[in-house]
Design a protein around this ligand. Structure first.
Ligand code: 5GP
Length: 232
C-alpha cells in the first residue's frame, strides 16, 4: 500500500494525513495510543472499551494505589514495587516506565499471544512506553493523541488548582517533553472530540480489511469473529 492509498482510505484532519506520510506501517496488528499527560488518552481508551468491547485492550501492571472505583484486573493489575521489579527482571513486561513516582508496565505474554493469533491489540501508554514498543514490535502503529492547543493542555493539567505549584510545573515540563516526541509517531489525532478520536482509531484498526473498507462500525463482536475474518 502506498502512503497515498492510506491517506485516501482514512478519514481525518490534515494532521492525520500528514502523520500517514511519515510512513505509518498500515495495516498494523498492534496499535499504541499515546500522548502527553492530561491529553485524555485514558478517557478515549475507556470510551472505546464501552463502544467497542470486541477491541482487545491490554491491562497494565502498576505500583500506584488503586483509586476509588477501580477493580483489580480491569483498569490495572496492582502490584508492589518488589513484584513489579521481579516482573522486569523476569522479562515479563513488553515495556515499562515511571510516572510521578509510580511504575507502569505492559504484560508481554497476553499481547504476544494475541498477535500470534493474528488478532489486533490496543495499548494505551505514556510516550516513553510507546517508544519502547516501537523498538520491541517494529510493525506497531504508534498513534499520538495531541491536545487541540497548548493552552487547553495547561488547563487540563492544572485542573482544579488543588496541586502545589511544584507538581504543576513538573507536569507541564513532562507534557512539553512528550509533545516534542510527536514526530516519532506514525499518526497524530487531535483530541477535539472523544467520539471522533474513537471513530478514527477504529478506522485505523480496520484499515486492514481485505476489501479496503475502512468502516467506523462498532458492532459488539465478543467472539472476535470480525477480526478473525481479517486474517489472510
Ligand atoms: P494513571 O495513573 O492516571 O492511570 O496513568 C498515568 C500514566 O501512565 C498515563 O499517562 C498512562 O497512559 C500511563 N500508563 C498506563 N499504563 C501504562 C503502561 O503499561 N506503560 C506505560 N509506559 N505507561 C502507562
Amino acid at each position: 500500500m502506498t502512503d497515498g492509498d492510506a491517506g485516501h482510505r482514512l478519514a481525518g484532519g490534515s494532521r492525520l494525513a500528514r502523520g500517514l506520510r511519515r510512513g505509518a506501517p498500515v495495516p498494523a496488528q498492534l496499535t499504541v495510543l499515546s500522548g502527553p499527560p492530561g491529553v485524555g488518552k485514558g478517557t478515549v481508551a475507556a470510551r472505546l472499551k464501552e463502544r467497542c468491547p470486541w477491541i482487545w485492550q491490554s491491562v497494565s501492571v502498576t505500583t500506584r494505589l488503586r483509586r476509588p472505583g477501580e477493580t483489580e484486573g480491569q483498569e490495572y493489575f496492582f502490584a508492589t514495587k518488589d513484584q513489579f521489579q521481579q516482573m522486569v527482571a523476569d522479562g515479563e513486561l513488553l515495556e515499562w516506565a515511571e510516572n510521578y513516582g509510580n511504575l507502569y508496565g505492559t504484560p508481554r505474554a497476553p499481547v504476544l499471544q494475541r498477535l500470534d493469533k493474528g488478532l489486533p491489540a490496543l495499548l494505551e501508554l505514556d510516550v516513553k512506553g510507546a517508544l519502547q514498543v516501537r523498538a520491541a514490535v517494529p510493525g506497531a502503529l504508534l498513534v499520538f493523541l495531541a491536545p487541540p492547543t497548548w493552552e487547553e493542555l495547561v488547563r487540563r493539567l492544572t485542573g482544579r488548582g488543588t496541586e502545589s505549584p511544584e507538581v504543576i510545573s513538573r507536569r507541564l515540563e513532562a507534557a512539553r517533553y512528550e509533545l516534542a516526541a510527536e514526530s516519532e509517531f506514525d499518526i497524530t489525532l487531535v483530541n477535539t472530540s472523544v467520539e471522533d478520536v474513537c471513530d478514527q482509531l477504529v478506522s485505523l484498526m480496520l484499515a486492514q480489511e481485505p476489501n479496503g473498507q475502512t468502516g467506523n462500525d462498532c458492532n459488539p463482536d465478543p467472539e472476535g469473529t470480525r477480526w478473525q475474518r481479517l486474517r489472510p
